[in-house]
Write a protein that binds this ligand. Sequence first.
Ligand code: AHR
Length: 497
Amino acid sequence: AQSPNIVVLNTGQKGAVISKHIYGHFAEHLGRCIYGGFYVGENGSPIPNTNGVRNDVVAALKNLQIPNLRWPGGCFADTYHWMDGIGPKDLRPTIVNRWWGGVTEDNSFGTHDFLNMCELLETEPYLSGNVGSGTVKEFADWMQYVNHDGVSPMAKLREENGRKTPWNVKYWGVGNEAWGCGGNMTAEYYANVYRQFATYMSGWSNEDGIWRIASGASDADYHWTETLMKNIPSNLVDAVALHHYSVINWSKKSSATGFTEEEYFTTMQRATQMEELIQKHVAIMDKYDPENKVALVVDEWGGWYDVEPGTNPGFLFQQNTIRDAMIAGVTLNIFNNHADRVKMANLAQTINVLQAVILTDEEKMILTPTYHVMEMYKVHQDATLIPVSVISGDYMSGDKKLAAVYASASVDKNGATHLSLVNIDASKEQEITVRVGGSKSYKSVDGRVLTSAKLQDHNTFDKPDAVKPVNFTGAKLSNGTLTVKLPAHSVAVLELK
Ligand code: AHR
């Protein structure tokens, strides 16, 4: 019988370059993301560090080749006054982190700490500026402080604080979730406020290269995107954002590890909805920006569950299972396939918060299933998309169904093709026939797969390698046709040469 799953690699069609920035990350002053996650302070922590930043974390993130890191929020960004976080640490004011647990924030990790850490990580910073409770002057001064290479009050202050050369930050978010924690604004009001802030975000050293990213819609709020695209002149905006979390129900999110198959199915519905969201937001952008000058930046995405029992509810600390690997695999395939408009994305969040790639417990650190998916997919960074056509069998849960198979492919600068495949079916293997359209032909196939016996499987501090990728033996190439037997709930990345 013919396999119900067919993936066609349209190698004759030229796809867009998949911006490496689709594989970006997000670090907020929230729970143990910055403090205890990235940063353990410079005052004699027994955890090996460089200027207070954990060495184990730096090595793990460099291995992922993280292309950018968004900071300091999230909701925190619209409460953050950057001047609180510069100068001698013992003179910095303490504030209350009112969104996230009401804890004391001593501002010991500020602008210099973050931007120097980005240099250590060899990643590009993405600064999220305060619009909700900040001023135009405060925002413009931050840009001057960070980017100006000449003589100016802020450049002088930066030098006094130990940094002569500017960091030349390219990516700037103009507020965050302006419809909610960023000021509870209407789309119409925010569009005007945005225009005002954006007007003063230029004139410093890397003027031409700066990206101004407008705070975007939540999920299917198409009115938000339409209002921004209609009312903001294209010379003032380089990207609009979008946030979408795979949450079962905001009032009953359920356990990160103790979930049922029905809950798993709902999470997959939410994750795969990213396809429709991107299509519809992009259709609006196409209407106002047919030349495709404004990018879509999905600067918050990921799974959101109940916090781990016994942890601070305001810290959003959750475990990470095979279910999260499925979210990551499916979502990154969707982003790759929309690489012509989606130029950046940020998984929420890097360490100890929501769908983290790293969890820490004092000196211990583990890599999550999501980390491994990001690592397997890094071959797509800056590669050229090969458009794929997918005919998928169904993943049935009771009388509800979803497509089981998700795919994306790209060719890298050395000519190697990478095909990433996801089978979200909770219990059935999928046999997939991969056809090669166009003149390309392949002689060899190799790859790795990430899966585990149960959807709920995850890594712990006692068993850090319970879930990790292994060599994949389920792909066979014969007479130019590739047949793949993809295990239930698995992600595979194949290399074709
Ligand atoms: O990522 C956690 C929070 O989710 C962010 O601070 C906010 O932007 C979103 O609502």
